[in-house]
Design a protein around this ligand. Sequence first.
Ligand code: KG4
Ligand code: ZN
Length: 334
Amino acid sequence: MKILGLETSCDETGVALYDTEQGLLAHALHSQISLHEIYGGVVPELASRDHVRRIIPLIRKVFTDAKVSGRDLDGVAYTAGPGLIGALLVGVSTGRSLAYGWNIPAVAVNHMEGHLLAPMLEDNPPEFPFIALLVSGGHTMLVKVEAVGSYEILGESLDDAAGEAFDKTAKLLGLGYPGGPPLSALAESGNPDRFRFPRPMTDRPGLDFSFSGLKTFAVNTYKKEGDDEQTRADIACAFVEAVVDTLAIKCKRSLQQTGIKTLVAAGGVSANTQLRERLKKVCRDEGGQVFYPRPEFCTDNGAMIAYAGALRLQAGAEEALGFEGRPRWSLGEL
Ligand code: KG4
Ligand code: ZN
């Protein structure tokens, strides 16, 4: 079964072809970072217009790369949510229209399910059941995954997502957008003993998160301690350490509470090297193992959508001809 996957939920146009027998045939991505960075964040209307410009050339590119045409396809998968409505509608309407033209099924994919399944695209995929730590720009959650489509949300962020906290703190320190990679790089030259930031909500039971206080802590430290290069690096270091430690404590707790030994980390923040190292240690201590997508599939991409769509179509998913974008769409509803 050959599936075309389309991702346009935010600031990346991702397109991929996945074959259930041969695996990933081709993938292509256009990042809008340079379009949005002067504004310090994603401008929704600019994002939608850029998806419109990019999506057809990217589809042509994956067809050429994989030597495949529309006639060879068995289905089209598109991200229907969660995300920015105007951006989503580009992928939704393109995917639906192509499927109608080629007379093949189309399937709506939940973006967070795409992230969650992304590690399955690697050579050594995790086995069910596992705990998934999903850490992206819009979401932070721990999910118990028994099988494809069986998702129990164990905890989630009550305010800012981890990636959002990275982006806001990076902006404060004068770093570019998106803030995760430069903030994490700056943290490497910081002194870990100078500041200690809180580990929010780790002193009480439960698996929910709250990251907005950390950003405020960073702002206050910055105002008090001044603006020299070393102080900025020390704040970055304390911030990254606090986020990583908080995520690690909750991952460990979820493994212990469920007795599950396998952890999957996905979403943009799972590309973070400090987090990857820490989770490896947590899982080793628990006698388990952690799985990640390759770094380019941690952030948004079409491959994870093609893969999630292929599994859904194989399981017999069918859709009526109408379509909708769903800016809010919880994994718990799947
Ligand atoms: O999953 P993603 O590409 O988009 C959403 O679905 O939101 O995640 C983007 C988020 C941004 O907040 C970005 O700053 C963060 O992931 N991010 C990172 C790293 N790479 C991307 N955060 C920390 N360290 C990184 N290396
Ligand atoms: Zn994402």
